[in-house]
Write a protein of this length. Sequence first.
Length: 322
Amino acid sequence: MVSPPTDGPLSRIIDVDGAVHFVDFGGPAEGPLLVGVHGLGGSHLNWSAIGPQLSRNSRVLALDLVGHGLTPTGTRTPDIEGHRRLLSGFLRSMGAGPAILIGNSMGGLVAALQAATEPESVAGLILIDPALPTTRPGLIHPRVIANFALCAVPWVGEGYLTQRRRRTTAEQSVRRVLSVCCVDPSRVPLDVVDAHIELTSRMDRVQADDAYLRSARSLAMMMALPGATVERLRALDQPTLLVHGDRDLLVPLSAARRMSADHPGWRVEIAPDTGHVPMLEAPGWTTVMIDDWLTYEGAAAAARSSTAPGVMVDPSSTRAST
């Protein structure tokens, strides 16, 4: 057993069929265990604006999925099922009991599939603008459709990402993503933006683009043929908080409303004048919503996670730059 860090987040590595990088934001050992699961092209840094705040009452971890952030692809596959298997192995390797998963975008889908596939490993779900397939997704922004169309075509997607990578610096890449994901990117804390730029500058961007492409194709296939996935997710019965930005260009608000209609027990909170990543664009508001849910509708999930065995990790670690 390793005690939570007391001087800020720690960067750690654990073995799950290969190295998996994660950050431990700390928090009370007896608190509920929250595990952040980022979206397509993201990393553990997607939780760096709310992780320290949430760690006041909860133990908070955030991992990098296959080929994302500081987790290498190795022999693993960066598709939706590959990401879910990595998450499953991560939860087992940590030695903890059921966790509350916080998933954004593609990470919301990965978290939900983990809850449906291995329900004993998930005490509750916090889904933030999740990319959950629905039979009627609603209107999707043309820019999003164009991006997925380019990525879907063999060779074309590879060429597109190669040219984009050669034309853009790490800073330009980060700011481009934030411009799509946020209504107002200036709301993202400056230190969080700087950390994203620093991470992007030292990542293997060729590997990252390959993982992005393969993940995007897998996600697009699930969205295009949603039937089987929709049926799997209808069986979800864990306490769930659904948070959604009302001006999300990537996952329309109408999709969130259809998801919640299938699960009337979910608590739904709409982030006003906010895009696809409320945890970055409105971190204070998002933290309040999560803590309030953990106190009320999610109290049973918090209690189940709080009474689980403590987190076990390799004590070798370095201070994170979050």
